[in-house]
Write a protein that binds this ligand. Structure first.
Ligand code: BGC
Ligand code: BGC
Length: 648
């Protein structure tokens, strides 16, 4: 795999020019003198675009950013650092607050959720930004965390837990590119992904957003995703900017340490020493920066030193210093507010710690007043503001936003394209992990009578989990796709009998029975689970199907390893299918033998919920399946053997 750095480190000439421009920006509202004979002319009026060298596409992004910075008023600079959610701002607000960015949060969609409405919405914000004095384009951001997953009709790829099971960097790179293309089609070029968390406790409600508990899997897969998303040139058509999140230690929090009411692990405290923090949680950031990632999002969580959003050592000394990260740091959703009970103090502390752009996300006036107050009191320095804005502008120039503020219109056909759905189907097949089988159970013969049941068997929402259309996800046909029942029906025709509640006639029997069980969708701390249990009705169905069939196959749809009591012992084959997304045909492919089983579990399968925390524990200590466990279709091991405590 190749890795790309969109920005070359500035050469000596560039560095001198930038230094001169920044020096002239500080304490002066006048445009600077022309920095060199090659930077032809100096505009005397910020509203003019001709002859202004920040408009000169032949100059390096670094130089252009510095040139623009030198022309900006303090209000314009604070505006660039401000990001609001689309439900809290209309295009007029973009002009009023001189916003640098707008996002669609977990529940932020245009009133009509289709590709054209998305494009028009982003376009309206962009037009407002272009109409301001300097015409600086906004960056529009979205959580495209498994495909462009808020847009009805988009291809929904498996959540990262499934891609971790597949562990195929080349395929993940293609998924990154497909995601970027589907984003561009709706006018969005900034993704709040990939999650590079290294979850150490599967009770966490964000486990499925992470690729693995193993830092090396996380490194190679997240780097591949970044390479696919950003491409070799950020300004090339079809590319999007990636965000490595959440910096740092989000996956390492201790149960019960959350600072948010109702949450247990999410937004908690990562109570590990510096060496462990670096070895497990920091490692993927080094890889992401090598892969050229241009944005890092701060974590809601804390270390023993306090909230990461206010941690100068981690954000500035480590990330921007030691790791040489030259992109910008965005806060998480209202994450700054958690740094101190006094908002002005919280804002000043976070910005001085190294946050460059603040996901406010509701009240721009309050945030901007706090920054002005910080500047007046000396709590925030002018140098820090200039550095933050320079970082943001540099990324915008690298992206070619000044030349092309919107991707080409009329690309609706890229959303949910047949090619992307094929790619997702292959990823689904590859991500399925066979946990148990007996000889002759798989593949299912297409001549068998197959009885299918389970509340999750015919449900796109259950297949997709959280962060799909809405923040928490939903159930039912929330977006077009192929359910497992739909895919099996297409393949088996009249050989398939389906009833979600197993309400078959008293004498109905089959050679093979399939029950699809699964977690209900959740996101973030709402998914923190002390029990890791499946819905009891699902387990009752497994028991009800057993006497009707010769061979019983159970498919588990979940964002993490869950307790398998009543499943592992009853079933002849058990498949962890994770949260596969819209392309359920990939599950039919492995069941019917068109694709081999090749996935291995990216998380240790704990024996009890209390065994979920894994840092420092041996592979089979308190586990039924170790990290990397999986079987091929014939039942041969693909990795280490099951732990001694595993049932037959
Ligand atoms: C999440 C982030 C997400 C942001 C915007 C936050 O609650 O922690 O991962 O990018 O919301 O939706
Ligand atoms: C937003 C999400 C955000 C979450 C944070 C939700 O209301 O839609 O984007 O991540 O709040 O708590």
């Amino acid at each position: 795999m190749t890795s790309h750095r969109p920005t070359r480190p500035p050469g000596r000439f560039v560095a001198l020019v930038v230094a001169a421009l920044i020096a002239s920006a500080c304490g002066s509202s006048n445009p600077p003198a022309s920095p060199s004979p090659s930077a032809a002319s100096t505009a005397s009026n910020g509203s003019s675009t001709s002859g202004v060298y920040h408009r000169d596409r032949n100059l390096a992004p670094e130089v252009r950013a510095a040139a623009l910075l030198a022309r900006m008023t303090i209000d314009e600079k604070i505006g660039q650092m401000t990001q609001l959610e689309s439900d809290s701002v209309d295009p007029a607000g973009v002009s009023q607050f001189l916003l640098g960015s707008v996002l669609s949060g977990g529940d932020g969609t245009p009133p009509r959720n289709d590709p054209d409405a998305w494009y028009q919405m982003v376009h309206a914000y962009q037009e407002a930004a272009l109409g301001t004095r300097l015409g600086i384009p906004i960056l529009y951001g979205i959580d495209a965390v498994h495909g462009n997953s808020k847009v009805v009709g988009a291809t929904i790829f498996p959540h990262n837990v499934g891609l971790g099971a597949l562990d195929d960097p080349a395929l993940v790179e293609r998924i990154g590119r497909a995601t970027a293309v589907e984003m561009n089609a709706v006018g969005v070029r900034w993704d709040f992904g990939p999650v590079v968390a290294v979850p150490q406790d599967v009770r966490w409600g964000r486990t499925y957003e992470g690729y693995s508990e193993d830092p090396t899997r996380v490194e190679r897969l997240s780097s591949a995703f970044i390479t696919g998303l950003q491409g070799a040139d950020l300004a090339a058509p079809g590319s999007a900017v990636a965000t490595a999140k959440h910096f740092v230690g989000d996956g390492g929090t201790a149960w019960g340490s959350s600072t948010t009411p109702g949450y247990s692990l999410d937004q908690g405290v990562t109570e590990v020493d510096d060496a462990t923090l670096r070895a497990i949680h920091l490692a993927p950031y080094t890889a992401a920066i090598d892969a050229g990632v241009r944005v890092v999002m701060a974590s809601f969580s804390s270390t023993t030193a306090g909230k990461v959003h206010g941690d100068h050592h981690l954000l500035t000394d480590v990330l921007k210093g030691e790791l040489s990260f030259s992109g910008f740091v965005v806060s998480d959703w209202g994450g700054v507010d958690q740094v101190d009970p006094d908002y002005d103090t919280a804002v000043a502390t976070s910005i001085m710690a190294g946050i460059d752009m603040v996901m406010v996300p509701y009240d721009a006036a309050r945030f901007q007043a706090a920054v002005r107050q910080g500047l007046a009191s000396g709590g925030i320095s002018q140098e820090r503001i200039d550095d933050a804005v320079l970082r943001i502008l540099r990324v915008k120039f690298e992206m070619g936003l000044f030349e092309q503020p919107m991707p080409p219109a009329g690309r609706d056909g890229d959303v949910g394209s047949a090619a992307d759905r094929e790619l997702a189907r292959a990823a689904v097949a590859g991500s399925a992990v066979l946990l148990k089988t007996r000889p002759g159970v798989l593949p299912i013969r297409s001549t068998d009578t197959v009885l299918l049941s389970g509340s999750a068997a015919d449900d796109i929402g259950r297949q997709s989990g959280g962060w799909t259309m809405t923040w928490q996800g939903g159930t039912g046909p929330i977006t077009p796709g192929t359910t497992i029942a739909g895919a099996l029906g297409a393949r088996l025709g009249p050989h398939l009998m389906f009833d979600s509640g197993a309400g078959f006639g008293p004498d109905t029997r089959g050679e093979t029975g399939i029950v699809v069980v699964g977690e209900m969708p959740y996101a973030e701390g709402r998914g923190d689970s002390a029990t890791l249990t499946l819905p009891p009705d699902d387990l009752a169905l497994v028991a009800a199907m057993r006497p009707r069939v010769t061979r019983l196959v159970v498919i588990v749809l979940s964002g993490r390893p869950v307790m398998l009591d009543g499943i592992l012992d009853e079933a002849d084959a058990v498949i962890a299918a994770w949260l596969p997304g819209t392309e359920g045909a990939g599950i039919a492919d492995v069941l019917l033998g068109d694709s081999p089983f090749r996935g291995t579990t990216p998380y240790t399968w704990p024996a009890t919920p209390g065994d979920a925390p894994r840092t420092g524990r041996a592979a089979c200590d308190g586990a039924i399946f170790p990290l990397g466990f999986g079987l091929d279709t014939s039942g041969r091991l693909l990795g280490p053997a099951a732990c001694a405590t595993a049932t037959p």
